[in-house]
Design a protein around this ligand. Structure first.
Ligand SMILES: [Zn+2]
Ligand SMILES: [Zn+2]
Length: 229
């Protein structure tokens, strides 16, 4: 089963390993593609998105692993999320994650709802105690809610899964890895999804179906591998 993971960090922001190191571990773990989604805000988006795009180009040429430039819009006030997401996309980010109202941080009230209403957003990352209103907005806009493998961000995975199943919102599992050891494996993915309260049928749907829907929504095709130089 090919693995997908739309939320990883590198030394371009606060990660502990360079993109090539993260991508190398992704390849070893059986990832179908490498997605680099470093943090951006209004001050850093102009500088970091071109770095992310270049890192993905390098991963494809050095490792032969398909690579998708993305961002995590982080610590941006709710009323500026759409501006930063659109700017990231215009600079070359193909997927946009938003750093949601996690209990592992100091959530900004209104952030989940602002992200869920923004058509440039693909994944509402670690959305904490997400409200029905925000979850319904996410469903209407085709935005996936994230089950997080990352420490405190995962505290509310059970709540997120419960709300998503009740309201028919799609879930996706991401590592939010800041170092290679934190990247997903097939076994760990299954454990994390089961631990969020999903039954085996739902686990399969989230592990296999959701990533393909995230990619299809943006017309991103993942080849088996890309020719390396
Ligand atoms: Zn985050
Ligand atoms: Zn993150």
């Amino acid at each position: 089963m090919p693995l997908f993971d739309f939320h990883t960090h590198t030394t371009i922001s606060d990660g502990h390993a360079a993109p090539l190191v993260m991508a190398g571990r992704c390849r070893d773990n059986g990832y179908a593609a490498y997605v680099c989604s470093d943090h951006v805000d209004e001050a850093s988006v102009e500088r970091r998105v071109p770095q992310i795009v270049e890192a993905c180009r390098m991963v494809e040429s050095e490792l032969g692993l398909p690579a998708v430039p993305a961002v995590e819009v982080t610590r941006v006030p709710p009323d500026r999320v759409a501006v930063v997401a659109a700017r990231a996309r215009s600079l070359g980010a193909r997927l946009v994650v938003v750093h949601g109202e996690t209990l592992g941080d100091f959530p900004q009230p209104g952030l989940n709802l602002a992200a869920a209403r923004c058509p440039d957003v693909d994944i509402l990352g670690h959305p904490g105690l997400i409200s029905d209103q925000a979850a319904e907005a996410a469903r209407e806009n085709g935005i996936h809610l994230e089950i997080s493998a990352a420490g405190l961000h995962g505290l509310t995975n059970g709540h997120v899964a419960k709300v998503a199943l009740r309201l028919g919102v799609s879930l996706v599992l991401d590592s939010d890895a800041h170092r290679p050891e934190a990247l997903l494996t097939v076994e760990r993915s299954r454990q994390l999804l089961q631990g969020s309260g999903l039954d085996l049928e739902e686990v399969l749907k989230v592990a296999q179906g959701s990533p393909l829907r995230v990619l299809a929504r943006r017309g991103i095709a993942i080849p088996q591998s890309v020719p390396s130089d």
